[in-house]
Write a protein that binds this ligand. Structure first.
Ligand code: PLP
Length: 397
């Protein structure tokens, strides 16, 4: 049955793809060995350096984010290498599981999922590792299962304070182009990114941003790699080409998305996300529900995970909202299944879209008889009105 109007896709990725990007993707596929393609290739590779805020190479894979996770590990590590990982939530767990499968030896620092990375605990482990057996520290910047964003600058400081040579690898799949991130300034060696979240593209592209130290490590790494090998990629990318067929049409979209982000200004993009996160939390607070993240400093600008009152099903609420108002919200993952729902407020998103989203949730709470106070939408609306950028007055000449 036809549903009028646009579906509200408010999961924390894939996100709403703007029309400009859709139109760019809709162009005829070109010869990926043509001169034209070389120009496009260079344009997106250079553009992504500005997005990652790095001067070294960015590698683009035709794969979802999981592929770029694997690429980060297989290009830098050898079988049996020790790796320090931090349990921020479901995505950190998946990366840890992958590391185990690939034959490295990860130590998983346990977390309660409600706080971000405690850099002091990383420092402690690294200080105890006198022989420098730990080859890499892997952390998720923005944990998409919980709405908790960790401080990567602190992780860098912890590694430096311990005087440890481990590589720093960071998953920014749901923070890139949504939450402030600086690959070079924070001394990150491999940053992992994906296309379908803050970058406003469909799924299908993922990224590794590399430091000189990471490239050096890749020369002696012994894990088996072929498709993910950086070497052929970096060599072909010099002239804007790829060693195998790139996702041509997604690259058209990427060029457009980079233009859009730079036209708005990356810092303005980060501020917009932070402001929407704050407004969403105002609503949750007014409803009398609990934001899952318990550390204010780690609140995420990309998404807000909300804990359901005891005895009420988050999936039931999501189902009612989907059926009644044609809106998708994120589900609770692994141990949070049915306990939380997640509001994605990242990507191509504005004030009125946020208010529509929160309205759908407030009506859903009412329809399901979930105990809550009214006025969440009003609280968010007040916050947005109070913090709205005032347009400069146009003065007559
Ligand atoms: C979405 C996401 C992933 C997984 O990426 P896929 O594109 O689904 O493979 C990994 N890490 C984080 C933090 C994510 O948000």
């Amino acid at each position: 049955m036809r549903k009028a109007g646009r579906h509200f896709l408010q999961i924390p990725g894939p996100t709403n793809v703007p029309d400009r990007v859709l139109r760019a993707i809709d162009n005829p596929t070109m010869d990926h060995r043509s001169p034209e393609f070389g120009r496009l290739g260079r344009r997106v590779l250079e553009g992504m350096q500005r997005v990652f805020r790095c001067a070294g190479p960015v590698v683009i894979f035709p794969a979802s984010g999981t592929g770029a996770w694997e690429a980060a590990l297989v290009n830098t590590l050898s079988p049996g290498d020790q790796v320090l990982m931090y349990e921020t939530g479901h995505f950190a767990q998946l990366w840890h599981k992958m590391a185990l499968r690939l034959g490295v030896e990860p130590t998983f620092i346990e977390g309660d999922w409600r706080h971000g990375v405690d850099a002091a605990r990383i420092e402690e482990r690294l200080r105890a590792d006198k022989s420098h057996a730990i080859k890499a520290v892997c952390v998720v910047h923005n944990e998409t299962s919980t709405g908790v964003a960790s401080r990567i600058d602190r992780v860098r400081q912890a590694i430096d304070a311990a005087g440890h040579p481990a590589l720093l690898m960071v998953d920014t799949i749901s923070s890139l182009a949504s939450i402030d991130y600086r690959h070079d300034a924070w001394g990150v060696d491999v940053t992992v990114g994906g296309s379908q979240k803050g970058l406003m593209l469909p799924p299908g592209l993922s990224f590794n941003a590399l430091s000189t130290k990471a490239i050096e490590a890749s020369k002696s790494a012994k894990l088996t790699r072929s498709f993910w090998h950086w070497e052929e990629m970096i060599a072909a990318n010099q002239t804007g080409y790829f060693p195998y067929t790139p996702a041509t049409n997604l690259l058209y979209g990427l060029a457009e998305a980079i233009d859009m982000l730079e036209n708005e200004g990356l810092d303005a993009v980060f501020d917009r996300h932070a402001r929407h996160g704050a407004a969403a939390r105002k609503a949750v607070e007014a409803w009398g529900l609990e934001v899952f993240c318990t550390n204010e400093e780690h609140y995420s600008g990309s998404l807000t995970a909300v804990l359901m009152p005891e005895g009420h099903s988050a999936d039931g609420l999501r189902r009612t909202i989907h059926e009644t108002f044609d809106m998708s919200l994120g589900n609770g993952l692994s141990k949070l299944a049915d306990r939380v729902f997640r509001i994605g407020h990242l990507g191509d998103f504005n004030d009125l879209m946020l208010l529509g989203t929160l309205s759908g949730i407030e009506m859903g709470l009412q329809l399901r008889g979930v105990p809550h106070h009214k006025g969440g939408v009003q609280a968010a609306l007040d916050h947005l009105a109070q913090t709205a950028a005032k347009q400069p007055e146009v003065r007559a000449a």
